[in-house]
Design a protein around this ligand. Structure first.
Ligand code: M6R
Length: 591
């Protein structure tokens, strides 16, 4: 997590950095800060709080400088305090570092550096980098030589950039298993965790490989390999359609992203049919297929598992990426691993994929962000093509993942075109669902907003939608919520149902309807308030979220959308910021 930005060039550096930090806030928003070089001084200003709050409080926009770096933090080591905010200076205050990732051996390095006389001002792992660089600079090295020299001492995964008064007018950066990308335009250079941060200025980018060091000065850029040799690089053009990050008329990104799902579905079918056919064959031929993912992406994978079984008659397993390593013994070259990730940089997924590749498994990834760490590691990549998703809560990426699994499942039985046609028509049904339910959902959110708990139940292919809808509610409104197969309730959770406990029952008029409804009745007999999500009305519901009648394998896609919206309205009703829920970040780049 954490967002890094650096700029040097002809413009005033700090305003560029501040604008970039606003774009990077999805990566973390506990604290923010900048460091700029100006007239022989290193100016550092930072604090706990969201980017806008820190900018306002410290009047950051007035900081001068032609070279600046900035950071927006998601705390790992050390609490959310001003001293733990980045940038971090060394003992002399002559250099500053911003960092994303984790230095796993930081305790050991901190001990050594403290014994050698360094004074630490924060509890962060990042600060060891500043002190290590300080020693190297003292011995007369340039900033890039210093960086090359300390990198082998750092264990873990990281991306960091540094500026120094002892080697001024430049920004130096390096990375290992964490993103860092350079943007260039005329004599201006940018460096960031995400090209989104500088996309308003340029679409020309250069990738930094693991363990390379990049040196930016006004009008010049240089890449060095770990031995310090120059590396020649070609720039490439960023797909600007990706870079749109405007809320438009919507109050929140989450609402915008929910509302654009009908259009997203129309775009998603624009896939390479040949590629799907090839991947479908690989899946069918594999000895075993494991889908790995985290959070919402894992729930999409659970729907995918049903689709593979029901349509392709291929059993596969879904393994939570953070647990993947514990199953590594059974992964081999006859295994296909499907990694699902919106960001393409979730650390647990990346780690699982590396382990799978190491034993010769074929890796297929389903990702949204182009040129991510995961795309580089995969044999085949399927893109979601749903555009940038800014809100921390995944919505349109989830729907897109469901659509991709649907296409893949039908590609297994040579029916890709039929599946694409069904999906193309589904956008209209999703718009209809939103139109039908908007005012009812607002009323319902008012009724449910003060509840402490909510339960979501469903069966079969719809079960993962119960889990996903519960995740949406809890992550943005901080209401405890659980999603589970309806048949599991009576094995324990039923004990928690009391008078008025909300139970959201996803029971489309399909093969799951009758049994799911009986489970709903069991909770109603114990006082539950039943919210039915179905195309079939029933007296059992206290509240009805009406969805259109669609093919039974498409119900997950129409059922999830109003539940995303319900979670959104509840969060707003409770005074929560749905785009930036507490303690979370969009990209989870630490294990
Ligand atoms: O980028 P990824 O899809 O790999 O992210 C995985 C999870 O961190 C993510 O889905 C998370 O659960 C969302 N915040 C849920 O809305």
């Amino acid at each position: 997590m954490c967002g890094i930005i650096g700029y040097c060039g002809q413009k005033d550096a700090v305003p560029v950095v501040l604008e970039a930090l606003k774009c990077l806030e999805y990566r973390g928003y506990d604290s923010a800060g900048v460091a700029s070089l100006c007239d022989g001084q290193l100016l550092i200003s930072k604090d706990a709080g969201k980017v806008e709050e820190v900018i306002e409080k410290h009047k950051l926009a007035t900081l001068p400088g032609h070279v600046a770096i900035g950071h927006t933090r998601w705390a790992t080591h050390g609490g959310v305090t001003q001293s733990n905010a980045h940038p971090h200076p060394d003992c002399t205050g002559r250099l500053a570092v911003v960092h994303n990732g984790i230095i796993e051996n930081n305790q050991e390095l901190r001990r050594e550096l403290t014994e050698a006389g360094h004074r630490f001002a924060s509890e962060t792992d990042t600060e060891v980098i500043a002190h290590l660089l300080e020693d190297e600079l003292k011995s007369g090295r340039s900033l890039e030589q210093a960086m090359l020299s300390i990198a082998p001492k750092l264990e873990g995964s990281y991306a960091f950039v540094a500026v120094s008064l002892d080697d001024p007018d430049k920004i130096v950066g390096t990375r290992k298993s964490n993103p860092l990308i350079v943007g260039l335009k005329d004599r201006d250079y940018y460096i960031s965790s995400d090209a989104l941060a500088f996309a308003q200025y340029t679409d020309e980018v250069m990738a930094l490989e693991d363990n390379e060091v990049v040196v930016l000065t006004e009008g010049a850029i240089e890449f060095l390999d770990p031995e310090g040799n120059k590396v020649a690089k070609q720039s490439r053009t960023l797909d600007q359609s990706w870079a749109v990050s405007d809320k438009g008329a919507y109050q929140h990104f989450m609402l915008k992203e929910i509302m654009e799902q009908a259009q997203v579905l129309e775009r998603i079918v624009d896939q390479d049919r040949q590629q799907f056919t090839q991947i479908a064959l690989d899946i069918l031929r594999a000895r075993q297929v494991i889908i790995t993912a985290c959070g919402t992406s894992r729930y999409a994978a659970l729907v995918g598992r049903y689709l593979f079984s029901r349509v392709g008659k291929k059993f596969c397993d879904v393994v939570m990426a953070s647990e993947f390593g514990y199953f590594a013994d059974s992964v081999d070259k006859n295994t296909v691993v499907i990694a699902v990730s919106q960001s393409g940089e979730t650390a647990d997924v990346v780690e699982g994929v590396k382990a799978a590749r190491a034993v010769g498994a074929e890796v297929i990834s389903i990702v949204n962000r182009p040129n991510s760490i995961l795309t580089d590691l995969s044999h085949q990549v399927i893109y979601l093509n749903c555009g940038s998703e800014i809100a921390v809560a995944a919505t349109k990426s989830f729907l897109s993942q469901l659509a991709i699994f649907y296409l893949l499942a039908f590609a297994m039985v040579n029916s890709f075109d039929e599946a694409a046609a069904s999906l193309a028509g589904l956008g209209g049904q999703i718009s209809k669902t939103l139109d039908w339910n908007k005012s009812e959902l607002i009323k319902l959110s008012d009724r449910l907003k003060d509840k402490d708990d909510a339960y979501y139940i469903a069966r079969g292919i719809n079960f993962a939608i119960a889990s996903e809808a519960a995740l949406k509610l809890k992550e943005i409104s901080y209401v405890h919520a659980e999603g589970m197969p309806a048949g599991e309730l009576k094995h324990g959770t039923l004990a928690l149902i009391e008078q008025g406990t909300p139970v959201v029952v996803i029971c489309p008029d399909d093969y799951t309807f009758a049994e799911t409804l009986s489970n709903a009745i069991e909770t109603k007999s114990r006082g539950a308030y039943i919210v039915g999500v179905s195309d079939r009305e029933s007296d059992v519901y206290d509240s009805w979220i009406r969805i259109p009648e669609v093919d039974e394998l498409l119900y997950p896609m129409v059922a999830v959308v109003p539940l995303q919206l319900l979670a959104y309205y509840i969060a707003v009703n409770r005074g929560c910021d749905p785009d930036k829920p507490r303690n979370l970040a969009k990209s989870v780049t630490v294990k």
